[in-house]
Design a protein around this ligand. Structure first.
Ligand code: PRP
Length: 227
């Protein structure tokens, strides 16, 4: 029984999933924003994702499972074929590198920007700037493209703290509302990338399960385009 009380079955949707599919999602914002898209494409979890402790969720299709993993692990699960497809932020994808993955669709959800940020009077042209970030690859590429030598300090969160305690001169981080920067006396200094969540598909699955996967991608594309 679905949490809404409705009994759902394959017959309720246009798509028939004759091929088993595993979809990798991470809990949190991406998951919340992805559920309505999957629902519009006819896929709904049977377990209540807000309360369940399960890591593999059944859906209204016997053949379709959702696996709930850490956001940064989604590209890895899909790359190795532990999931056929997944939803992941462009930021995570850039750090992963995208090996073994197709990225057929921008889902236009969880939109934000990747920025260089720091104190308003920070000197972006200073020599040997220290940059604290989770996004080591993106930061390295950004400053290398400007021909600037920087030291990158890898952090796993709360990057805003780094300039305040003198750990770094600048940070590279995601900015959505700008509230976290503002609350810590920091500002955006340089835009790096527009970020949104992407659908990623395992390359081998794309060949082996092409009919089902391409139909699902097109279904999702039309949902995204309708807004
Ligand atoms: C993200 C990001 C910023 C904040 C930006 O952090 O790293 O800290 O959100 O959002 P805002 O511009 O709307 O304030 P998240 O909450 O994902 O935690 P993290 O520190 O673990 O990255």
């Amino acid at each position: 029984m679905h949490p809404s009380g409705a009994q759902l079955s394959d017959a309720d949707t246009d798509m028939n999933f004759h091929t088993p599919l595993t979809i990798a999602l991470s809990k949190g914002r991406i998951f919340k924003d992805t559920l309505p898209l999957l629902k519009a494409a006819g896929i709904e979890p049977v377990d209540d994702p807000d309360t369940t402790r399960k890591l593999i969720l059944d859906t209204n299709h016997d053949n379709v499972k959702l696996v709930l993993i850490r956001a940064t692990d989604v590209p890895t699960y899909v790359q190795w074929g532990a999931a056929d497809l997944g939803v992941t932020g462009k930021d995570t994808l850039m750090e992963h590198g995208g090996d073994g993955l197709y990225e057929p669709l921008d889902l236009q959800i969880a939109k934000c920007g990747m920025w260089v940020a720091g104190f308003p009077d920070a000197d972006l042209a200073a020599r040997r700037l220290r940059i604290a970030t989770k996004y080591v690859r993106a930061a390295r590429d950004h400053f290398a493209a400007k021909g600037q030598q920087v030291e990158i300090i890898k952090l796993y969160g709360s990057m805003e703290l780094a300039p305040i305690v003198g750990l770094s001169d600048l940070i590279v981080d995601l900015v959505e509302t700008g509230n976290t920067l503002k609350a810590n006396g920091l500002v955006t200094l340089e835009h790096m990338h527009d970020i949104s969540s992407r659908l990623v598909v395992n390359k081998a699955s794309w060949k082996m399960k092409h009919a089902t996967l391409s139909e699902l991608v097109e279904e999702l594309r039309s949902v995204v385009e309708k807004g």
